[in-house]
Ligand binder design. Sequence first.
Ligand code: NDP
Length: 266
Amino acid sequence: METFKNKVVWITGASSGIGEAITLAFAKQGAKLVLTARREEELVRVSKLTGLPESSVLILPMDVTDFDKAVPAAERIIHTFGRIDIMIHNAGVSQRSYIVDTDLDVYRKLMDVDFYSTVAITKAVLPYMIKQQSGHFIVISSVAGKIGTIMRSGYNAAKHALHGFYDSLRAEGYKDNIKVTTVCPGYIRTNISLNALNESGSKFGKMDSNQANGIPADECARQILQAVSKDKKEIYIGGLKEVAAIYLKRFLPNVLFDQVRKNIPE
Ligand code: NDP
């Protein structure tokens, strides 16, 4: 099993929710952390919660859709810590709007945050991992990366795209000892629905009951670290309903399509 002491871990979306919980879980294991999100003050708050010395945490505020900043950001990490062992693509934004109402720009934004930003950052990090002959990408997809549901069309599309891209990276990276773990959480108790985009790209601003009753983010993080340490290729985290839906899609897709059609969100 992989252990994380002194491993250099770059986490996007570290300012809240699942990213914050992953940060604290790696901190407990003595990793060196790089924290990225847009809100610097929240990254400082999370950094203090880690209890790690300042020399073990690099706060690297960045909008992940500023794709040109990915290469300088990776260079800064190499300058600071000398290597990047684990890259956690966690920053993300969801959606709450029907296709017929949704502006094309909202789809572009969802693809930029949830998909293209991971490509840009991966391309910045990968050359260092190849040089090191080791590295591990953790990609926070979703059950929405396996199933298309109502009012999530762009989010579903972006999360599905992650699977295609990172399955390829897993295959291409094998010869250089580069691993990929794709994570599909179900409902996790975070602010994701509050921050989700509506049809015009504004924040949805409401807490979904599914998220409010979801599993705690620290339990999600615990399962993610366990999967990473065992080099799992793909994992599902959540309640029975969400995990069962993934298997239903695989083995009885028509039954799943009927269920999804009837499941009108609040
Ligand atoms: P939160 O809304 O709490 O966290 C989202 C994180 O992404 C924040 O840290 C936010 O930081 C960061 N972020 C968003 N946009 C950008 C951007 N443009 N640039 C940099 N950082 C950005 O939600 P979660 O913690 O739930 O979401 C984390 C991941 O988990 C996402 O990829 C989400 O799709 C996935 N997920 C969540 C599920 C759930 O039920 N909660 C279920 C399945 C998957 P800031 O605002 O400071 O930039």
